[in-house]
Design a protein around this ligand. Structure first.
Ligand SMILES: [Zn+2]
Length: 173
């Protein structure tokens, strides 16, 4: 494979400046680029501007074994806990995604199709519900607020954000 010369503009300075303040939260979502604009817009409506992001296949599902992938889930959880601790994050937003009931089949999360081959969209949505519930207990420190959503594509291709779980952080003092 030949490497092309870099465009000189590629090293031009970007608008804005780096800021030393730590971000306010952590967002875990699927790498699937089809949701990124809607997700960015949704986070802005929540007032979430500066946040650490873990974008991996499956999104919040990557933190769940979903029956078999314990090693991967453990590694992903460790990465998220590192960010929470290192940046003193207090809000965590977890996103699953897939079609709403009756929504388009291609909207099923590819990572869940990989983990659970042959399952229907409804079965995968059920597994996501199970995984979401498991992430509520003992995964994140109790002081963080945890908000779990599924990004759902409706039959008309519009997108909605369904809140699956929400728990405010508990102060220990
Ligand atoms: Zn996905």
């Amino acid at each position: 494979m030949a490497f092309e010369r870099l465009d000189p503009a590629a090293s031009a300075s970007a608008p804005g400046t780096w800021r030393p303040e730590m971000p306010a939260g952590l967002v875990v979502a699927c790498s699937d680029g089809r949701h990124q604009e809607e997700l960015d817009r949704f986070l802005r409506t929540l007032g979430v501007q500066d946040y650490d992001r873990v974008y991996v296949p499956g999104g919040a599902g990557a933190l769940s074994p979903s029956g078999g992938e314990h090693t991967r889930a453990h590694r992903m959880r460790t990465d998220c806990l590192f960010l929470i601790q290192a940046h003193q994050l207090e809000r965590v937003f977890l996103f699953f995604h897939g079609p709403a009931p009756g929504g388009p089949e291609p909207a099923v999360c590819g990572d869940y199709q990989r983990k659970l081959p042959g399952r229907s969209a409804g079965e995968i949505a059920h597994q996501q519900d199970v995984d979401a519930a498991q992430l509520l207990h003992g995964v994140f420190p109790s002081h963080v607020s945890l908000h779990v959503y599924r990004i759902e594509v409706l039959p008309d291709s519009s997108v909605r954000f369904v809140l699956l779980h929400s728990a405010e952080g508990r102060r220990s003092h």
